[in-house]
Design a protein around this ligand. Structure first.
Ligand code: HEC
Length: 162
């Protein structure tokens, strides 16, 4: 593990932070049911992050904060996912609160795994403590770098208001 952390450069301090009241103050911009893993991602954005409209690809303004809540889902006796009244997967347990934040100059510490000016951390469901601290967040930057790409300002989602 020590060897891995040497080549995976990452920030050593948290410049992202836990946005404490995000469920009240952020917009819930997207619900993504993932058939492959039978999980659901619920995406929130602060006002700046939500200013990028559906169909637009960014760039996101500085100060944008995006949150990806990862959820397990309720299954029936046959293992199929139960749907809620909105037709989405019925949420069971909140697993992680992934947060990405864009500020001028952010991301430099990731070196060539950098995804623009975003930095990443992941918090436990109660917001207390890290699931992925800054020093271990290189895979976040790298996956967004490789698969979301600069073309979309390293953000996967197409945002529709819910
Ligand atoms: C293996 C690839 C991969 C890794 C590693 C990864 N992500 Fe993502 N991330 C995704 C994908 C794919 C989505 C879109 C999910 C969806 O809509 O279902 C996403 C979505 C997000 C979003 C919502 C904005 C967007 O891009 O749509 C945030 C915030 C986020 N991830 C943060 C993180 C953080 C923090 C980490 C590390 C703890 C991380 N991600 C690690 C692939 C990855």
């Amino acid at each position: 593990m020590a060897g891995l952390l040497v080549w995976l450069q990452a920030p050593q301090t948290d410049r992202v932070g836990f946005p404490k009241d995000y469920r009240e103050t952020f917009k819930r911009v997207r619900v993504s049911d993932r058939a492959d893993t039978k999980t659901t991602a619920v995406i929130y954005a602060n006002t700046l992050g939500a200013s990028v409209k559906p169909g637009e690809r960014g760039p996101y303004p500085y100060g944008s904060i995006l949150i990806n809540e990862t959820w397990t889902t309720v299954k029936d006796a046959t293992g199929s996912v139960v749907l809620d009244e909105g037709g989405h997967y019925k949420l069971d347990q909140l697993q992680k609160i992934h947060v990405m934040r864009k500020e001028k100059g952010f991301g430099e510490a990731y070196g060539d795994k950098r995804s623009g000016e975003w930095e990443y951390v992941s918090f436990a469901p109660d917001g207390q403590g890290y699931v992925t601290p800054p020093s271990e967040s290189a895979p976040c930057a790298q996956c967004h770098h490789l698969f979301a790409t600069e073309n979309r300002d390293w953000v996967f989602g197409k945002y529709e208001r819910h």
